[in-house]
Design a binder for this molecule. Structure first.
Ligand code: ATP
Ligand code: MG
Length: 393
């Protein structure tokens, strides 16, 4: 088979100094994602080439590649050597398979030893096509069929279709972050957007059994699986939050329960981040969406820590978040009706403008530090890729 997949790098080509690191990481991520397929990868500073050794895998591989960050576009090209007659034969073969009225040839000759200049070669190939296919015309401005011919050092690549890649940076290039993942719509989207910027994520889920069910936990695992389409080594940390939550319920003024609960979540997240060297905390907070996400609430909640927190969906409308959730296939799982620990003790009037002094005062009512230590010592960590089971909902 002379078909080959050609990868055009995303934004990374603008980052000159880090270029090799970017390309090597992209290479590793692609190999991880395609580890069950028989392929051969070669790469240089501008392109990556993937030979698919079993033709029947082609479509699945293209689909997997379309989810890998750091890829601008994916091209299926016909490959030939740099012999002029062979290139002509290949160009003619591709054009004869297509249905079109107007066309254009675009040659890029990065191999300057190739004896014909790009413009001249365009004309030669154009003439050849006009001679062999009836009733067609050249249109350099708006052609129905654009054939690209890339003449490189050892080979020539001929193609006309480019599939859009996911863009962004290769996952991992920005370092490691911790995503607070609930079963809702927002946090998986936040995780996806963080990965797109090159952050390698693991997830943290707070559960409150028996108030939250095994099904709610499975839902979160399923969401991690969906996010694993974009990066295959995501771990899920699970914190048992029951004791803390029950103490909040017993001791805290109902209006402040959610505020205090979220302060506890941030405290625990910070400790986990320090223990495992995560650089940033990521969550699905969106400004104004609920009482705990007013700017005032966010400030009072965030006050327990200095760790950097990013909120990728902070400035998106719910509908915009839903659009992304649908695109990344987390939406249907997110709307399954299982309770979250945030919703089970939901007070009637959660405070919209919490006061920091009040939080501090309320928090003296129980010894949360011991409970936090205990929760972290009992944290469970799951490697989702090794979980064979399918979750039934
Ligand atoms: P989502 O749709 O992501 O559940 P939400 O609108 O329901 O968000 P909240 O419940 O207030 O908002 O939670 C805000 C953010 O806090 C979530 O997006 C998530 O990042 C984090 N969070 C909430 N509950 C949990 C939980 N049980 N475990 C881990 N993180 C959580
Ligand atoms: Mg939620």
């Amino acid at each position: 088979m002379n078909k080959i997949i050609l990868i055009k790098y995303g934004e990374l080509t603008t980052k000159k100094a880090n270029r090799n690191q970017f390309i090597n990481l992209l290479d590793t991520n692609i190999k991880n994602s395609l580890k069950n397929y028989n392929i051969k990868i070669t790469k240089n500073r501008v392109r990556m080439f993937i030979e698919v050794l079993n033709e029947e895998d082609f479509e699945i591989i293209i689909n997997k590649l379309s989810k890998i960050f750091g890829i601008h576009s994916i091209v299926i090209a016909n490959k030939t050597d740099n012999n002029i007659d062979n290139i002509k034969k290949e160009v003619l073969k591709i054009t004869k398979e297509k249905n079109f009225n107007t066309f254009k040839i675009e040659t890029k000759r990065s191999n300057k030893n190739f004896p014909i200049k790009s413009m001249e070669f365009n004309k030669e190939l154009g003439g050849l096509i006009l001679k062999n296919i009836p009733n067609i015309k050249v249109d350099v401005h708006n052609p129905e069929l654009l054939i690209k011919v890339e003449i490189r050092d050892n080979d020539t690549y001929i193609y006309n279709e480019e599939i859009k890649g996911s863009g962004g940076y290769p996952v991992g290039v920005a370092g490691k972050g911790l995503l607070m993942l609930s079963g809702g719509i927002d946090s998986p989207v936040a995780g996806y957007l963080a990965m797109k910027r090159g952050i390698k994520i693991d997830c943290l889920y707070f559960e409150s059994p028996p108030h939250t069910s095994e099904m709610a936990k499975n839902k979160v695992k399923e969401l991690v699986k969906k996010l694993s389409n974009y990066e295959s080594n995501i771990k899920l940390h699970i914190i048992n939050f029951t004791n803390i939550q029950e103490n909040i319920y017993k001791n805290i003024n109902p209006d402040y329960m959610i505020t205090i609960m979220r302060r506890m979540m941030y405290r625990i997240s910070e400790k986990i981040m320090n223990k495992y060297n995560y650089l940033v905390l990521i969550n699905g907070e969106s400004i104004g969406q609920v009482a705990s996400q007013t700017l005032n609430s966010m400030r009072v909640i965030n006050n327990v820590t200095n760790i950097p927190v990013i909120r990728p969906v902070a400035c998106l409308d719910k509908l915009e978040i839903i659009d992304i959730a649908k695109k990344i296939d987390t939406y249907e799982t997110s709307i399954l009706p299982y309770e979250d620990c945030c919703t089970i003790f939901l007070p009637k009037h959660p405070v919209i403008n919490p006061k920091l002094e009040k939080c501090i005062e309320y928090e003296t009512k129980f010894n949360y530090e011991i409970l936090i230590e205990d929760a972290i010592n009992n944290m469970e960590t799951i490697d989702i890729n090794n979980e064979k089971s399918k979750y039934n909902f």
